[in-house]
Design a protein around this ligand. Sequence first.
Ligand code: AMP
Ligand code: MG
Length: 402
Amino acid sequence: MLSYQQAREKVLTLVSAGLKPPAAETVELAAALGRVLGEEITADRDYPPFPRSTRDGFAVRAPDIAKVPATLRRLGEVRAGEAFSGSVGAGECVQIMTGAPVPAGADAVVMIEDTELKADQVTIKKSLLVGTNIVPQGSEAARGAVLLKPGACIGYVETSLLGQVGKKRVQVYRRPRVAVLSTGDEVVPVDAVPGPNQIRNSNVHSMAAQVTLWGGEAVVLGNARDELGDLERLVRRGLEEDLLVLTGGVSAGKYDLVEVALRQLGAEFHFDAVAIRPGRPAVFASCQGKFVFGLPGNPVSTMVTFELFVAPALALLSGAPAPPLQFLKARLAEAVPQKTKLTLFLPALLEGKGSHVTVRALPWHGSGDVVALAHANCTLVVPDNVSELAAGAWVDVLPRRG
Ligand code: AMP
Ligand code: MG
């Protein structure tokens, strides 16, 4: 049985092979957050476009203030958005505001706090090196320099850069369409009144939410009965999309027919079990040119295996780079026993003040217990090769996205 690292690696390798960049579409900058950039972004001019003062104060010639106090003659002022028409000669200075262009001749800016102004005579109380408090023209980026490459995920920082270079509209990759399908005779829609032994279909909704978080567009196909005809019909429909994700019906039960249905449709299985709990029966296959995931139906298993295996596939299909699993290290508050040979992914709580953060596994009732999961804010990872994690140990934690 594959470890979760091996299974994830397999997903990344197979999905990367033969991957083409998605088609691009244009969106308004205000709608670009969370999208994947589909074009190269270059600097439309030098950044900064002029030598920019980073302080309110006086633009001076550094040699003039090598000995302090020094008294200079104030020629005038320059505000942000303006330029000073003259130039600063020996013994002279110009009052300057943050963000304004440094006048010709000046090579340093003295902070207002280190000066005293009387009429047009400025006493400078501090010597400065050439260049102090000035960002040279083009030093952040020269005109034409590449600022962002296709595949960059657009967060608020990228939004700022796009805004700086005037991209009111931006090319992004089309989101991959992900068919989401649940299975199970006991499953009813969330707006139905369930019979005493039925359960509501939370999985299609959690999967759709995770699809959205990872940059896809969810196409919710609903629920298939545990019967080959219905399963095959909906799987065929799902294979029309870029990716198909199913839940339920992948365990060893008599009515777990997902693998049978996929096999009848010609699927090739890359794995059908991973050494993890929850989520052991997770399936990854190729079928009719598309990738298919079959996730176990217990809701916690569904969510955990989605994050581990579906998310990286989805990131790649959306044109983004392969995402690393971003572990945090935290100190364990209370010992956690490990009685299996499986890697455990336990609902846990990161808590603490300032830099003293600990993590605690929460009591839970197994892979159906979404209530416990809702009290957690992270996942504690217990390796398969230990007999316990001791209190006070540094342990691996996966923060929750979204
Ligand atoms: P399965 O993987 O099909 O054996 O399902 C395991 C358990 O997960 C079932 O007994 C249900 O309690 C639960 N389950 C299955 N499908 C769903 C679903 N779509 N939404 C919520 N819970 C589900
Ligand atoms: Mg089932």
